[in-house]
Design a protein around this ligand. Structure first.
Ligand code: SOE
Length: 397
């Protein structure tokens, strides 16, 4: 263990706050984009949410000592490790945040469960459902709190959609439509695999857009509209070969660049989902629309603080789509932030997830999505890929 200067400089004021709360010692494995969003959330959560627990940034871990030290210094982690096994073995770590590429999730999660550590795992849960089953069995046998970072559930507008649906405002649901569109892999010059590009290597990521983007859409959909029973999918790999960063050789691309599927939910409604990294002009356009007997809802990540709502119960002359600016103190999570009318953004969804996770430690009521919830999403992803491979309908399960 190497102590970072940031910890040594910790002011007396912060020490007092830590002592007044129950510390939850975090061990972070990974330092990429998600390592940053999660670290930011741990730092902010107690400033805005009244909770018994306070995350303490105990250790950050990655193989490259210089880079993980820089990451640790930036976020205020007390120490670093260069071997994740050493981090998991440490007695001063309560909860491990798995922010590694997907092919390491299972091994680390199993070790954490065995060591009795809580786990906050980056999405998708695993490479496939078989791995996810093992992970669920391990955390459930060990009885350790666990959660997966499907953050979009906690955009206040999406949480409001959940409330409206649960209140029966849409009535019987007929259609659920979702898209996640990006355009960052269109260039044929882009290599695959290795640092920063492991999402393009199926042996590390498990799949392409299905596990990376559609998984978000599926998690939200199951949460809002219940389970998906069967799917019919197609995938495409538009660029068939790319240089692999690790070997320098041109190799076949084995991920799905685009995936579209239709399906049936258990409640009888129809699903239509699309994700791609080839939608020129779109960077992270996650949209969803739900149509019910009494009303419809529509949400768009590029305008994330708005929820569009059509209420068929409105008087005919004024009936129409309304755009709810989800910034009022009565809206989900918003009373913890600024004053009505002032919006929040992407990073706050991670703060909400940490807040809910810490609350769940107080109440003993698990915060979702647990590993078991995320396994449902994994099963749908598996069925989607199997369906695309066989060009036939597949049941989920
Ligand atoms: C991929 O580009 C990515 O960063 C995903 O991995 C995230 O889960 C998604 O939220 C944004 O896009």
């Amino acid at each position: 263990m190497i102590q970072t200067p940031a910890f040594k400089e910790l002011g007396r004021k912060e020490e007092k706050i830590i002592m007044a709360k129950k510390p939850l010692n975090i061990g972070m494995i990974g330092y990429g984009f998600m390592g940053r969003t999660h670290s930011n959330a741990y730092c902010k959560v107690n400033n805005f949410f009244d909770l018994e627990y306070k995350p303490v940034l105990k250790a950050a871990c990655a193989r490259n000592a210089e880079r993980i030290q820089a990451f640790a210094d930036n976020w205020g982690y007390e120490s670093i490790e260069t071997d994740w096994r050493a981090l998991v073995a440490r007695e001063d770590i309560d909860a491990v945040d798995i922010c590694t590429p997907n092919n390491l999730h299972k091994e680390i999660a199993l070790a954490c469960a065995e060591a009795g550590k809580m786990i906050l795992c980056e999405k998708p849960l695993s490479m496939n459902a078989a791995e996810g089953e093992e992970m669920c069995a391990a955390v459930e046998a060990a009885g350790v709190p666990n959660i997966v970072w499907y953050n979009y559930r906690r955009v206040p507008a999406v949480t409001l959609a959940k409330q409206l649906i649960d209140e029966g405002k849409l009535g019987r649901i007929f259609h659920y439509r979702a898209q996640f569109l990006q355009d960052w892999t269109i260039s044929t010059e882009l290599p695959q695999g290795g640092e920063g590009l492991w999402r393009l290597d199926a042996s590390v990521a498990g799949s392409g857009v299905t596990g990376d983007l559609l998984a978000h859409c599926i998690d939200t959909a199951i949460w809002l509209n219940g389970s998906i029973d069967s799917v019919s999918a197609m995938t495409e790999t538009f660029i068939k070969e790319r240089v692999h960063q690790d070997t320098g050789e041109v190799m076949p691309v084995t991920i799905d660049d685009a995936c579209t599927f239709m399906g049936r939910f258990s409640n009888g409604s129809l699903a239509l989902f699309e994700s791609t990294r080839y939608a020129r002009g779109h960077k992270a356009l996650y949209t969803l629309e739900i149509n019910g007997e009494k009303g419809s809802l529509r949400w768009d990540l590029h305008d994330l603080h708005r929820l569009e709502y059509f209420d068929h119960g409105d008087a005919g002359a004024v009936r129409g789509w309304k755009s709810i600016h989800v910034t009022d103190s009565e809206h989900p999570y918003m009373s913890n932030w600024w004053v009505p009318g002032l919006q929040i953004g992407y990073e706050h969804t991670f703060v909400h997830q940490v807040a809910d996770f810490l609350k769940s430690l107080e109440t003993g009521e698990p915060a979702g999505p647990t590993f078991r919830d995320a396994l449902e999403t994994q099963k749908v992803c598996d069925a989607v890929l199997a369906s695309a491979n066989s060009s036939t309908w597949h049941n989920v399960g």
